[in-house]
Ligand binder design. Structure first.
Ligand code: ATP
Ligand code: LTN
Length: 340
């Protein structure tokens, strides 16, 4: 892409926390849309390690996971020549802007965040200030790059709305500084549900690994997890199956993987036994994940290639982030260094 073309494209940005195992929910809700939209945007894809430490992480695992997640972004089809991919802590402006935005975010707003309420409940022994002010850091991630579009799953809608409110508040208090971003939440697959407890969302850090499909699960594990996925006691697929939390979730996954509408899946499987449909779903998953895993293995075998991409990404990101941050510092009245 020429530099001139790059200048005219809008910016798309998203991130995933390197916690747990990248799961099918993350792919369907977020990564798939990153890949599909990348041609029309300047993409920025972040491994948000600073968000991940709001929950305790083992240092060695966190280190490995950052590289592994970046490799999975690439294996999913993000083109490193055309997009910026980096690790959040390599760009100090995220923490710096987050501090400023914390001062423009109200406790009343943070108190309403459902992700905070859920996580506080799950980690009762560690309800830290970072977990609470997490949305201000996410707003900084997005606003630093004058982002137009943020592709995420439905659970992030609330954080995106808060980001927009913070941006508008700052712009109004001073003068236009931040672009106000739009969320991109897919029509289908925005909330993939847990396999064993289909009334809650599939989560990559679930303690029960049968609740999620890891993008790195080998074929026998994929087949087993699908076979054991909880469904209701009906046995046959009907149009009503779409409304059923268990089988409806599996039908949605099948539709997304095969680029079909929900109605097309129903017409393909109406009258089939659940077990037959589960077999077809397992085949689709294997067919999709096997080549993904081969690409992943190849990237992980060339660590120098991967770290080169991340170093270059961080340096491109710092260049853009510095510009926004110095604008912000100037507007709020911080004295520029060297002018004291
Ligand atoms: P964790 O369990 O580690 O807190 P998570 O699985 O909820 O993580 P995040 O890092 O919070 O994953 O989310 C990364 C991206 O994946 C976000 O855009 C989020 O909306 C999306 N996402 C997460 N879970 C799902 C899901 N079950 N269905 C659709 N999208 C999802
Ligand atoms: N909060 C998000 C992860 C995240 C993010 C971002 C997503 C952090 N920074 C910037 C989009 C844009 C989550 O999924 N829990």
């Amino acid at each position: 892409m020429s530099e001139a073309q790059k200048d005219t494209k809008p910016t798309l940005l998203s991130g995933i926390q390197p916690s747990g195992h990248l799961a099918l929910g993350n792919y369907v809700g977020a990564m798939r849309n990153w890949v599909n939209l990348q041609e029309d945007y300047n993409g920025i894809f972040i491994v948000v390690d600073m968000h991940a430490i709001t929950v305790r992480q083992k240092p060695a695992e966190l280190r490995n996971r950052c590289l592994s997640f970046a490799a999975q972004y690439l294996a999913a089809g993000i083109d490193p020549e055309e997009n910026i991919i980096f690790i959040q802590s390599h760009v100090p402006q995220h923490a710096e802007l987050a501090w400023v935005l914390n001062c423009y975010t109200y406790m009343g707003e943070l108190n309403r965040m459902t992700q905070f309420k859920d996580k506080a409940q799950r980690h009762e022994d560690n309800i830290n200030a970072g977990l609470y002010s997490y949305p201000a850091l996410m707003a900084a991630d997005i606003l630093l790059y004058q982002t137009d579009l943020v592709p995420v799953g439905a659970d992030q809608k609330q954080h995106l709305e808060l980001t927009r409110d913070i941006a508008n508040r700052f712009n109004k208090a001073y003068s236009p500084t931040f672009k106000v971003p739009e969320p991109f939440i897919p029509k289908s697959g925005a909330r993939i549900m847990s396999l064993q407890e289909p009334e809650k969302k599939m989560s990559k850090s679930d303690v029960n690994e049968n609740n999620y499909i890891s993008l790195l699960d080998p074929p026998d594990v994929l087949v087993r997890k699908v076979k054991r996925a909880v469904t209701d006691s009906a046995r046959e697929i009907t149009p009503d199956s779409l409304q059923n939390p268990g089988i409806g979730n599996l039908l949605t996954i099948y539709a997304v993987l095969n680029d079909l509408s929900a109605n097309e899946v129903i017409s393909q499987f109406e009258g089939h036994q659940y077990s037959q449909f589960k077999g077809a779903l397992a085949d689709s998953l294997v067919a999709f994940l096997e080549p993904f895993q081969q690409r992943y293995d190849k990237i992980m075998a060339e660590k120098g290639y991967l770290t080169g991409i991340l170093d270059q990404g961080a340096s491109q990101a710092r260049y853009i982030a510095r510009k926004t941050l110095s604008k912000v510092y100037r507007k709020i009245g911080f004295v520029a260094p060297g002018r004291v």
